[in-house]
Design a protein around this ligand. Structure first.
Ligand code: ASP
Ligand code: MG
Length: 464
């Protein structure tokens, strides 16, 4: 069997949903389990309605819920021909939106919005989209069957970012999904949502449908997990900066993880960890161009001679330089530094150290003042803002001679204030001035990908 996960933009309107049904129909013989997100923007709308209600802006909340209702009605009217089905779906949608309005009213009255209520509210997006898609499939003559993910994805009670409880899910998935698959049904279920052992609705956190797909793929031993989205896959660089950027046909899970930090929009690799642990290939595909081959993310891709796979960058980086003579030959110094960051819940990304100084980067500066004050208790601190990280990623970089030389020659006059190559050596990261980023990415892309080093690994964007 395979998992087919469709993101919000893949179900954003009736045309997109028709596409989804075509794609699923094509894969019918592979026993698909379909995991759907809410229609694009729905989760944001739902959460902001709750927030508006909390601020007492109940009319605004109701207006945005009405708009959401109308979007769903428009979709189902354009997707489904059978009048009685349309009416049933409209009624169902209406009922759920009305429930939300009541919920918003109580939030406004009580002036209280718990994480638990947020999850209940957010879950409606996936519950509505899945309802429509399953009816669309049935009308197409497909043996589709809706399974409420809350009966399958059992989680702890950390609402808004609940953790899946695999012990339970192994059993629930086998009990609810397996028999349907054996009866040749196409199972449709919601991404993102689950429920606690007490049956209270929970969610896996924003963007959680990829996680749902990986969890189900893992417990059902899928042969493949397809993540259908609106981009062709993982690219060698941002094509707005390097127009010659190509799509990668295959990359390793580790490479994908490095790229994720840099906002490679495709998916968050930690969410596919359950799949990687079981060696299940994850393929990122574009539902608008279903014949393109996408990008495969696997634990161990075949070896190639290509050292560098992609170049990524991130602006808005702050460098903190921490210097102290007390560090010289002393132990416990790094510990005291990191405890300050830990105390202020500020993640550290790159770290470079010398005998008397530590430089590190952060991208979340919301508690910078507290962090600096904490560090100044035992060291001299300098902060540099408006920096950027450029990252060169490739699993075979460390075993290929001359890569660093090529990087520094390409950058020549662009000054790097920090350089870091991790022990895993699948990336090299450089901190440079923000204004130099585009130029640096362009030059590095030209150096490593123009011309393309090994065509078998890459594909032109937009090619089918
Ligand atoms: N609909 C949820 C969100 O927007 C989950 C997802 O799309 O993955 O965060
Ligand atoms: Mg989404």
């Amino acid at each position: 069997m395979i998992i087919m996960k469709f993101g919000g933009t893949s179900v954003e309107d009736a045309r997109a949903m028709k596409n989804v049904i075509d794609i699923v129909e094509r894969e019918r013989n592979r026993t698909p389990v379909v995991v759907v997100s809410a229609i694009s923007g729905a989760t944001n709308t739902l959460l902001s309605a709750a927030e508006l209600a909390l601020q007492g802006k109940i009319e605004e909340a109701v207006t945005s819920l009405n708009t959401l209702y109308e979007r769903h009605v428009l979709i189902l009217e354009n997707l489904i021909d059978t009048r009685s089905t349309v009416q049933m779906l409209i009624l169902d949608t209406r009922r759920r939106i009305d429930e939300l309005k009541h919920l918003c009213q109580s939030i406004a009255v009580l002036g209280e919005l718990t994480k638990r209520s947020l999850d209940a509210i957010a879950s409606v997006g996936e519950r509505l989209s899945s309802l429509i898609i399953v009816e669309g499939m049935k009308e197409r003559g497909l043996p589709a069957e809706l399974v409420d993910a809350r009966k399958v994805i059992i989680t702890d009670d950390q609402f808004t970012s609940a953790m899946p409880l695999f012990n339970y899910i192994e059993d629930t998935a086998k009990a609810t999904i397996q028999p349907l698959l054996e009866n040749k049904k196409i199972v449709v279920t919601q991404g993102f949502i689950g429920s606690t052992t007490k049956g209270i609705t929970s969610t896996l956190g924003r963007g959680g449908s990829d996680y749902s797909a990986a969890i189900l793929g893992s417990v059902l031993n899928a042969e493949e997990i397809q993540i259908w989205t609106d981009v062709d896959g993982v690219l060698t660089a941002d094509p707005r900066i390097a127009p010659a950027a190509k799509k990668l046909k295959i990359l390793s899970f580790k490479e994908a993880s490095e790229l994720a930090y840099f906002g490679a929009r495709v998916l968050h690799p930690s969410t596919i960890l359950p799949a990687v642990k079981k060696n299940i290939p994850v393929v990122v595909l574009n539902s608008q161009r279903p014949n393109a081959s996408g990008t495969q993310i696997v634990a161990n891709p075949p070896r190639s001679n290509v050292a560098v796979k992609a170049i990524a960058s991130k602006k808005g980086i702050t460098v903190i330089n921490i210097q102290s003579m007390r560090m010289l030959m002393a132990y416990g110094f790094l510990e005291s530094i990191f405890s300050v960051f830990g105390k202020h819940k500020t993640p550290v990304d790159l770290v470079c150290t010398s005998e008397v100084a530590v430089s590190l980067t952060i991208d979340n500066t919301s508690r910078l003042d507290q962090v600096v004050a904490g560090l100044e208790e035992f060291a001299e601190v300098t902060v540099y803002e408006q920096k950027a990280i450029v990252c060169i990623v490739g699993e075979q970089m460390h075993s290929t001679a001359g890569v660093a030389d090529r990087i520094f020659r390409a950058l020549s006059d662009i000054n790097a204030m920090m350089i870091s190559q991790g022990a895993s050596e699948i990336n090299m990261s450089l901190v440079i001035n923000e204004q130099d980023v585009n130029e640096a990415v362009k030059r590095l892309h030209a150096e490593f990908f123009e011309p393309v080093p090994e065509m078998a690994l890459f594909e032109t964007i937009g090619e089918v």
